[in-house]
Design a protein around this ligand. Structure first.
Ligand code: B4P
Length: 194
């Protein structure tokens, strides 16, 4: 199985690139942000809870997020592999994912981390906020909080995969196609089963 963690700060381009990678490598795309947004739209209990955190740019609690992710993996038992987009975002989440995948006799193949400057992230998110309707893109204060949450709680997740020799930093500046080529090369060169 090819299991990729697509990593990076908010607005780094994870969702944009994941959509292209799933097509090329025939993987299932699991974006925790997208799943939360679908639940918010459907006004489910999970959606109402998630919204209260997401609108302020905070992380949804681990317990809820991990359970949700595991149930999404279980729904796709015939998948050839997964792109985890926006998950794991805390050390707890990475540990839980490792144990969960071990139970299925598989593991993460590689973490691809998109590297983008803070100035560019803010520019991209404010631009998207003009038409996305996403409350968390709408003002600079919330965007700053998301970046600060990333620096405090999420950036450390890279160490977890670095220690396993599975971490690849990818320059996230350039055209969508250029970045896609860099990601594809990293996958092809990382000695992972496709
Ligand atoms: P996410 O949905 O994961 O959102 P994101 O980090 O903003 O997006 P991404 O990096 O995918 O950016 P995109 O490609 O869209 O998270 C939202 C919230 O959900 C979190 O803040 C949190 O509250 C909650 N959440 C999600 N997962 C969680 C977890 N595991 N635990 C707890 N809470 C969780 O790109 C952004 C913009 O840049 C787009 O407008 C795009 O068009 C543009 N762009 C992309 N590539 C570009 C390029 N090369 N050049 C210029 N612009 C580009």
């Amino acid at each position: 199985m090819l299991n990729i963690v697509l990593f990076g700060p908010p607005g780094a381009g994870k969702g944009t690139q994941a959509a292209k990678l799933v097509d090329k490598y025939n993987l299932v795309h699991l974006s925790t942000g997208d799943i939360f947004r679908e639940n918010i739209k459907g006004k489910t209990e999970l959606g109402i809870l998630a919204k209260s955190y997401m609108d302020d740019g905070n992380l949804v609690p681990d317990e809820v997020t991990i359970k949700m992710l595991e149930s999404e993996v279980d729904k796709n038992s015939s998948a050839k592999g997964f792109i985890f987009d926006g998950f794991p975002r805390t050390t707890n989440q990475s540990e839980a994912l490792e144990v969960f995948l071990e139970g299925k006799n598989t593991s993460i193949s590689v973490m691809l981390a998109l590297d983008v400057s803070e100035q560019e992230l803010i520019k991209r998110l404010l631009l998207r906020g003009k038409h996305s309707g996403r409350a968390d893109d709408a003002n600079e204060e919330v965007i700053s909080n998301r970046i600060s949450v990333y620096n405090k709680q999420t950036a450390v997740v890279a160490d977890f995969y670095t220690n396993q020799n599975k971490f690849e930093k990818i320059d996230g500046i350039g055209s969508v196609e250029e970045i896609f080529d860099r990601l594809s090369n990293a996958i092809n060169n990382h000695n992972v089963t496709v």
